[in-house]
Design a protein around this ligand. Structure first.
Ligand code: F6P
Ligand code: MN
Length: 310
């Protein structure tokens, strides 16, 4: 007879992993807010011309709605000192007097244009101690994302491993994978950016991957694309420098830092092509950077190609 597996919820998992009570509370608060976002994604405005809701009011775009939901939840939470949302591009002081609080940078609905075509999207969060949101990636005390796909799943790390939870029919996040680990080398590539804008160095690396027979996996949503690499435990996601866009497209504070933190915690690596992404200093909340993230050895080879290997 096989023993029944114990079902572990997010709160219990955080407690048993030894995460500080305040940080535990904040992670649960964030998880709570995403349940309302998934509801908005499932039932909200699909951008149909001239639509209004049941009450005849004009509907908000889903990314704005998601931002409102998360901002409201975090503003009510006494553990939060300041927040920054990719939607607004400003840092909001929530409880400026609260000592010992946290700052949260978040992308409320990443890949929102994919909702119309029914592909997976997500929310990303990055957490710092204190009220300064521009401390740099290494100072994150936790990062997490939630994927709104066929299932809703949550990945978090607070420095004690990377873990996946799935939302059940009762609206609770239950542990589905613990201590997710990346292999050293993979077989999947996820290349962002328009190929005819690639630099010669990046193009050489892409050709190398193609020659090695890497499988292409790119949905156009950062959260599901990273989730795939993390859960398969292999692969490399890239959004490179492009001709005319030396820093690529993706935002350091809202997208790259939390992704880099989670992948590093799972034993992978993340680079901007020159240095580990978590060491790239952030000066403003709008800052962008190229990204190469995934298996350690894949990222190392990418960096060699970017530095002139042929
Ligand atoms: O937030 C930006 C974003 O939508 C990411 O989710 C995604 O990885 C990227 O842009 C896709 O960019 P592109 O459409 O250029 O491939
Ligand atoms: Mn985004």
């Amino acid at each position: 007879m096989t023993a029944e597996r114990e079902i572990i919820g997010l709160r219990r998992h955080l407690r048993e992993s030894g995460i500080k009570p305040e940080l535990r509370g904040l992670i649960c608060e964030i998880a709570e807010s995403t349940k309302y976002v998934i509801n908005a994604v499932r039932t909200g405005d699909l951008g149909l011309a001239g639509t209004s809701n049941l009450y005849g009011e004009e509907q908000l775009a889903l990314d704005v709605l998601s931002d409102n939901i998360i901002t409201e939840q975090l503003s009510k939470c006494s553990l939060v000192a300041s927040i920054a949302s990719e939607e607004k591009d400003i840092v909001e002081s929530v409880h400026p007097d609260y000592k010992g609080g946290y700052s949260v940078a978040f992308d409320p609905l990443d890949g929102s244009s994919l909702v119309d075509v029914n592909l997976a999207v997500g929310s990303i969060f990055s957490i710092y101690k204190g009220d300064n949101i521009l401390q740099g990636g290494r100072k994150q005390v936790a990062a997490m994302f939630v994927v709104y796909g066929p299932r809703t799943s949550l990945i978090y790390s607070a420095g004690e491993g990377v873990h996946e939870f799935s939302l059940n029919h009762l609206g609770d996040f239950k542990l589905t994978r613990e201590n997710i680990q990346m292999k050293d080398l993979g077989n999947i590539y996820s290349p962002g950016g328009n190929r005819n804008k690639y630099t010669p160095e990046h193009l050489n690396y892409i050709k190398y991957l193609e020659n090695k027979g890497y499988k292409l996996r790119y949905s156009g949503g950062l959260v599901p694309d990273i989730n795939l690499i993390l859960l398969k435990g292999e692969g490399i996601f890239m959004y490179p420098e492009l001709i005319g866009a030396p820093n690529g497209k993706l935002r350091l504070l809202f997208e790259l830092y939390p992704v880099a933190y989670l992948i590093e915690q799972a034993g992978g690596a993340a680079s901007d092509g020159k240095q580990p992404l978590l060491d790239v200093p952030v000066d403003n909340i709008d800052q962008r950077a190229p990204i190469y993230v995934g298996c350690k050895n894949d990222v190392a080879t990418a960096v060699e190609y970017l530095n002139g290997k042929e």
